[in-house]
Design a binder for this molecule. Structure first.
Ligand SMILES: NC(=O)c1ccc[n+]([C@@H]2O[C@H](COP(=O)([O-])OP(=O)(O)OC[C@H]3O[C@@H](n4cnc5c(N)ncnc54)[C@H](O)[C@@H]3O)[C@@H](O)[C@H]2O)c1
Ligand SMILES: [Zn+2]
Length: 371
């Protein structure tokens, strides 16, 4: 078996391994075999990922005599919809799965969320395994068990908690990813560092360029550190009644920016999150909670890796404060007209703040608070 690091996701009888390393896809038979309880295993992927990586997985399964079928859906967020789910579930049922069958999600966050939700509802729940192929999926979406689809009322509004039995994160797969997609995932790594891992932030300042150049050791370090951070937080609060909200650092802003830009090509999720991280720190500084030097370090680093470091640098930079506030009020995490935000007392010291009101937010977003 190839070299890998295991990060345990501790969730009682739903615990699983996150295995991270190079060469894992080619060794998938050895990793998956012991977990498969009924034939055939059903691989769900998207057409782009299939072109790059499906042959390696299928060869590995064949070499381990693992009977499998493959379903490839169109690449892109549109597949993560009611129509996409209906089509996928139909194709899964046509393969006559049983309760002990396993679904293997080979792809980015779209495939993980869609296939994970299908696994949660087919026959009232079958096993599933994540083989994440984007940096975002390796550091974030494949871990923690949130699955679901988008509706016309918003993203991720229909779904379920359904934990995988294993996450197999092969960092080699990221070499074929578009640089902009890689940077989007990198924004989430920065997020973990800002939440509670100041040494990771210092490491990113030194080694971030190697991560983005797909250096195998650097990617491994970034993915392991991120999964450890996420696993720690999810283990404490699987269903997001408390501390899991920390993972939303930068995201209330980010989601508003994405929604306001119509989820178009001008701004992707990671870019929106990067600007959101800067805004969260900006507000923290304005409130006198966080040293200005930490905001400056964050901005310098985001700029160095090619991510937006302020609202003005996100998308076309032309944002309407009131419209962004209105988007935040639609967020599913809003309670009683107040936006719950994650703020920080410094790099690695994030906390949950319950009391952001309209006036303060508008001052921040329209630039009246200049920090
Ligand atoms: N469940 C969660 O906890 C969670 C957390 C964060 C994000 N998400 C969800 O994740 C989704 C975004 O995930 P994403 O950014 O991975 O997007 P994605 O799955 O759409 O992948 C991005 C693009 O890269 C392509 N791709 C994937 N892997 C590749 C590879 N190795 N080489 C070349 N191309 C590759 C895909 O075909 C797609 O076109 C969103 O729907 C978001 O809501 C879920
Ligand atoms: Zn995110």
């Amino acid at each position: 078996m190839s070299e890998f690091t295991t990060v345990p996701m501790a969730l009682g009888d739903r615990s699983y391994d996150i295995r991270i390393g190079s060469g894992l896809l080619g060794a998938a038979g050895a990793h998956l075999g012991p977990l498969l309880r009924a034939a055939p295993a059903i691989v769900v992927t998207d057409e782009t990922v299939a072109r790059h990586h499906l042959a390696t997985l299928e060869a590995a399964l064949r070499a381990a005599a693992i009977d499998h079928r493959t379903i490839a859906v169109a690449a892109g967020e549109e597949s993560k919809s009611f129509a996409g789910l209906a089509d996928l579930v139909d194709r899964i049922l046509a393969l006559r799965p049983e309760r002990r069958s396993t679904l293997i999600a080979l792809g980015g966050g779209v495939i993980g969320d869609l296939a994970g939700f299908a696994a949660a509802i087919v026959l009232r729940g079958i096993d599933f395994i994540q083989i994440p192929t984007t940096l975002l999926a390796q550091v974030d979406s494949s871990v923690g068990g949130k699955t679901g689809i988008n509706t016309r009322h918003g993203k991720n509004l229909v779904g379920s908690f359904h934990q995988p039995r294993l996450v197999l994160a092969d960092t080699d797969l990221l070499a074929t990813l578009a640089p902009r997609e890689l940077r989007a995932g990198y924004a989430e790594v920065v997020k973990y560092a800002l939440i509670d891992d100041a040494p990771l932030f210092a490491w990113l300042e030194r080694e971030g360029a190697r991560v983005l150049a797909c250096d195998s050791a650097a990617l491994g370090h970034a993915v392991v550190a991120s999964c450890r951070a996420k696993a720690r937080i999810v283990a404490d609060d699987e269903r997001e009644t408390g501390a899991r909200a920390l993972l939303n650092l930068g995201h209330t802003f980010g989601h508003a920016l994405e929604a306001e830009s119509g989820f178009g090509p001008a701004l992707n999720h990671g870019e929106a999150v990067a600007a959101g991280l800067a805004l969260a720190f900006q507000l923290s500084v304005a409130r006198g909670l966080c040293p200005a030097a930490d905001l400056a370090r964050l901005r310098t680093h985001l700029t160095a890796v090619g991510l937006p470091a302020s609202l003005a640098e996100a998308g076309d930079g032309r944002w309407d404060a009131a419209a962004l506030w209105a988007r935040m009020m639609q967020d599913k995490k809003v309670k009683g007209g107040r936006v719950r935000l994650i703020l920080a007392r410094g790099i690695g010291r994030a906390f949950i703040d319950e009391v952001i009101e309209e006036a303060e937010m508008l001052r921040l977003l329209d630039g009246t608070v200049a920090v």
